[in-house]
Design a binder for this molecule. Structure first.
Ligand SMILES: NC(=O)c1ccc[n+]([C@@H]2O[C@H](COP(=O)([O-])OP(=O)(O)OC[C@H]3O[C@@H](n4cnc5c(N)ncnc54)[C@H](O)[C@@H]3O)[C@@H](O)[C@H]2O)c1
Length: 468
């Protein structure tokens, strides 16, 4: 396989598969990259001007390579057959049923990919785990691949977890802190390293054994989430004592042993990965009888749930113990700025709590549509109660609406809740917003995004996270 003749197939055109493959195709014009998915609508969107995911800079990367050496297609078998390197980048959600429900990763989609690769392969393939997987999944993948019937089919399995962060995916892919490749076959490792080596310095390409690579991804996410939960725990103490969590974060973050990143207190972390990967880690620890280790990591999730609930409770208590029939402007629904991804967004939980209190919500997010907001709220209710009751369906239908701007959402509202840190919220004309709101005009800043003193001068009653 000369580097020039490499063909790549990536199974899964999601938040990871799409941007990652677009970057490989952009940086390596001589490598043919086929991104495949069973979701026809998603593939159609990747082939259109309206990409299925929002990421700053992604449109330009896709436009440069698409049609040249980057293709999006639903022809899974054909793409596998003609490729030398096959990435598995499918979803690995938390299991919702059976053994390990609520903790273990659901590996159904990964296993289906491995079976399809085994069936469709007629030559040697390097199979790359790009999805985040429990440690030792490669063992199962290898065993399934052994079931291939074509005598010319043979496989090497590598682990190459993705560390990109949504919202900065293009930047992260272009200039990664590191690329991690775990495997057993030095040739296969070198081939994959050679692809990344076109634009990533050799010293940033780390090579480990398979199990270290698989476990490193879960560990990285656990450590990142742990920092958020740690500062959020301190934010509760700040509110009780008069300390200011941003001042504390700054004071400890300048210690070079601690560092400043991931010390921003907020309404709680979200996203498709942190919670899922920690639960997976907890499940693994329990599986190996390491109960104290499991309990230690589970506390990170418990603290995050507490933080989300604490925020919505504070809104209710502050607004004279009732938000029933009051209108609350919700600014932001995505789990962080610069993405349209709402998976596990703290906003879903806060909105659920406020709806339970019969508040009327007017939501504005520059990238999230009403249908997705309603879908997320319904999904949460189904998860919690086993089904969507008539009561909850009516509540979501009648008490949730969207606005076309932050100002429009706030017009006539009793309160604003900032749930995503979109930059545009800082540019709002707060004088006008204040005038258009019911009084007292409450503002609950779940991201410590806005200037509290200025807002107070505008007349707002401001409540932020971890502030006196
Ligand atoms: N989203 C992130 O920021 C991020 C970062 C690092 C790692 N990861 C990991 O990467 C993996 C993928 O995450 P994602 O956010 O891209 O998920 P996603 O849900 O956005 O995309 C997964 C895609 O796989 C497709 N798929 C599932 N089974 C398939 C099959 N058999 N054949 C073809 N297509 C199939 C789905 O239709 C879906 O479009 C997960 O394991 C996740 O934990 C995600």
């Amino acid at each position: 396989m000369s580097p020039n003749s490499i063909k790549i197939c990536c199974i899964g055109a999601g938040y990871v598969g799409g941007p990652t493959m677009a970057m490989i195709a952009k940086q390596c014009p001589d490598i043919e990259v086929n991104v495949v998915d069973i979701n026809e609508a998603r593939i159609a969107a990747w082939n259109s001007d309206s990409l299925p995911i929002y990421e700053p800079g992604l449109q330009e990367v896709v436009q440069e390579a698409r049609g040249r050496n980057l293709h999006f297609t639903t022809e899974v078998s054909e793409s596998i057959e003609k490729s030398d390197v096959i990435f598995i980048s499918v979803n690995t959600p938390t299991k919702t049923f059976g053994i390990g429900a609520g903790r273990a990763a659901n590996l159904e989609f990964v296993e289906k990919c491995a079976r399809q690769i085994a069936e469709s392969s007629h030559s040697h393939k390097i199979v790359v785990e790009k999805s985040t997987l429990p440690v030792r999944t490669a063992e199962a993948v290898k065993r399934i691949l052994q079931s291939a019937t074509n005598p010319n089919a043979s496989f090497d399995v590598l682990s190459n977890p993705e560390f990109l962060a949504e919202g900065t995916a293009v930047k992260d892919l272009l200039n990664p802190d590191r690329v991690l490749i775990g495997g057993e076959c030095p040739d296969a490792i070198e081939k994959l390293a050679g692809i990344y080596g076109r634009w990533v310095d050799a010293e940033r390409i780390l090579k480990t054994n398979l199990w270290s690579s698989e476990l490193s991804k879960l560990t990285a996410n656990a450590f990142l989430a742990q920092r958020v939960s740690s500062i959020n725990a301190i934010s509760a103490l700040c509110e009780a004592t008069g300390a200011d969590v941003d001042e504390v974060a700054n004071a400890i973050g300048t210690d070079s042993r601690i560092g400043p990143k991931f010390l921003k207190s907020s309404v709680g972390f979200g996203g498709s990965c942190f919670q899922k990967d920690i639960l997976n880690l907890v499940y693994l620890c329990e599986h190996f009888g390491l109960h104290e280790v499991a309990a230690y990591w589970e506390q990170v999730i418990i603290m995050n749930d507490y933080q989300k609930r604490r925020f919505s409770t504070r809104i209710v208590h502050t607004m004279f113990n009732t938000v029933s029939d009051k209108r609350i402007a919700v600014w932001g629904f995505a789990f962080k700025k610069d993405t349209n991804d709402t998976r596990e967004s703290a906003a879903i939980y806060v909105c659920r709590d406020l709806l339970e209190e019969r508040a009327r919500l007017t939501i504005y997010d520059p990238q999230v549509k009403l249908e997705h907001i309603k879908r997320d709220l319904e999904y949460l209710m189904v998860n919690e109660f086993g089904e969507l009751s008539e009561h909850h369906r009516k509540l979501i239908d009648s008490n949730v609406e969207v606005a076309s701007s932050a100002e429009a959402a706030a017009s006539g509202a009793h309160a604003i809740a900032v749930l995503t840190e979109w930059d545009e919220f800082k540019e709002v004309d707060f004088d006008a917003v204040y005038q258009a709101m019911k009084k007292p005009a409450f503002l609950f800043d779940g991201r410590n995004l806005l200037d509290r003193e200025k807002l107070a001068q505008n007349g707002f009653e401001v409540h932020a996270i971890g502030k006196p």
